[in-house]
Design a protein around this ligand. Sequence first.
Ligand code: ZN
Length: 442
Amino acid sequence: MALADAATPDEAAETSAPGELEARLRQRMERLYPLCRSLTGDGVRQTLAILAEDLPLDVRRVPSGSSVFDWTIPPEWSARAAWIADATTGERLVDFAHHTLHLVSYSAPFSGRLDRTELEPHLHSLPDRPEWIPYRTSYYARDWGFCLSQRQRDALGDGPFDVVVDTTLTEGADGGELVYGEVLLPGTEADAGEVLISSHLCHPSLANDNLSGLAVATELARRIGGRRHRLTYRFVFAPGTIGSLTWLAEHPEVRPAHVLVLTGLGGGGPLVYKRTRRGAAPIDRAAEHVVGRRNGRIIDYSPYGYDERQYNALGFDLPAGRLTRTPHGEYPEYHTSADDLGFVRDDELVEAMTAIEEILEVLEGDAAYRNLSPYGEPQLGKRGLYPKMGGRSADDAVMAMLWLMACSDGDTSVLSIADRAGLPFGVLRKAADDLLGAGLLG
Ligand code: ZN
């Protein structure tokens, strides 16, 4: 068994000083937060450069204008500056330099003097959340716009305004590309299968919706890279929809056995696992065990959400589950400036990471065994497997052995026995190793 010599997540965790993990996750989010990410452009390149400081990241580039299934890679968008100024005083009333959310993503270049009526169709605010700036995109319709708090909007006055949107949309002979990052960590068993972990990186200064997934996935990749693992791991950091489709187009030969989409891992609420389209894949059973034991929610597949939509699409038919906390659209801070660094707590990220490592522990270590001493209960004591002192009740380790001996018929997996026993997979896995060592399971 390769399992016996694979380090467990607990062993890796023991090498971290207290608080070190929280600090690493937090620092990564703080550095990524100010960058103006979008589907393409320097913000994505800078984000990948930061992730590459910790990972053997392969940055892939695909020219704008390339066809990807039913889509086309958009022009590369660069935003240098954008503001609305009072034309009389020159005072900048709304300025992209103050918050990346102020500029509608993919705004086309514009410069001109406008009165309030002309400006109004280009403004976006949230009347019911007067202090928050909304997040808006205009990827496929050529337009420009500003997002601002309702309070700012109310104070704008009648104008005239000098409006500058200093952006470029580049494609064709001028260049322009989509970039994404990929990390490949080959396992010790070449044919054991592959786990694909995917996080989108196309949102600007939004912490829960994109940075929480990026921070956790990066840390996971770093930790997995530092230990032995049976399965191969592949991490994809790509813009939503067009990025995952580009990865799929470029890797037709890769058929991951398990796909997990990560985002929205902070922001309150319990962990929420969204099942794969087929709904009974090994990743579903592993995640339901782990998230269920943590009092999380399990929700069924729906064709709306993040990149699980692309991986699960019929043409690819990959088993992609998704882990978040409160799903997108179900919390008021979603796609607003209130999804900031304070909205994501360190302990939420750490719990999410622990849960994912437990899910991976199941994928690494689940197996079915056969009881080699099936005629009644074997005497565990004479093999040193039973506590010397009899007590009032059996502890988890003993119960795990009894359950394994009771149910290991060659077909029933350790995970399904763990579910039936109501015990964590890790306890069953350890007990299975002890019984294998004693020659009671085979
Ligand atoms: Zn989003």
